[in-house]
Design a protein around this ligand. Sequence first.
Ligand SMILES: [Zn+2]
Ligand SMILES: [Zn+2]
Length: 345
Amino acid sequence: MSASVLFGDGTIAIQERPVPVPAADEVLVEVSTVGVCGSDMHHYNHRRNGDASNTTPVILGHEVGGRIADVGSTVDPARIGERVAVEPQRPCRVCEYCRSGAYNLCPNMKFFADPPVDGAFVQYLTIPADFAFAIPESVSDRAAALIEPLSVGIAAIQKAGVGVGASVLVAGGGPVGLLTAMVARAFGASTVMVTDRNLPRRERIAAHGFTAVDPSDSIEDLDVTAFVDATGSVSAIQAGVGSVRRGGSVVIVGAVETVPLPMARIASREITVTGTFRYANTWPIGIHLVASRAVELDDLVTHEFGLEQVEQSLQRDPGSLKRVVLPGVSHVEEPSLLARAQRAV
Ligand SMILES: [Zn+2]
Ligand SMILES: [Zn+2]
């Protein structure tokens, strides 16, 4: 099979690899769609800049939709042919975190595309059978791949305790921020606001039915029950904490910096400040949200690439929202779906 490999010197090339053989409790998945994540771009760009901590070759990609092509000896062979969304992690299942259900905190986790663990820019991969979730016909392959970033939003909104009638502020109108806002709405939030510095992104936020907020406006008096940060930026986190009402909550999704916080305000208002690390037990919820049309994932995809175009898919482009790679296709003539649609008119 073909695999798109990132080498230690920062180059990406197609390599022929043997099709993996599923272990007894695993399935073999023929990969149809892989979402490109900010973390993939980060790995690629850092290696290219020569400051990668790990220089062994690695395969990126961890947002996976596909079809079961084969099963291990203890898995029901009736699953062959099933369309699935893949949860891209292998917890150890025996540590105290795994046993408690918080397996995302497993210290022995093997996560896709977290070097040296290989990811999904490949034609076939294996995964434990219970982490390949069947999807109904109404859920597209693209949406199946995007259950992964949707899961980040589900974990954040669950952690924030968002329920019916909540008012939620999300910082960041990229894919994770937008998906978090969609989950907040699906969980019953009556007000969902999203901040972004970038005007085209604010227009996209509004087009999805959310209140788009310019972060340079004062957001201190928004008085929300929950604030979720999907930017990792100091100013966004500080402003967001200032917008939370008494007894409310702050959830940080993937911060990258040290952020000074107003502890007196947090104490006197009994604001809960916490973070999320990936997700646990979110795929069934994500699949339900998409199948019931509470969340629409397909229109987030702006570009499609073939397996030979992974390097192109990892270039930063503020005009794109979500990019996907189709490992069954070597080359897509016109990666931009918008340009393709306009050409067709
Ligand atoms: Zn991701
Ligand atoms: Zn564990």
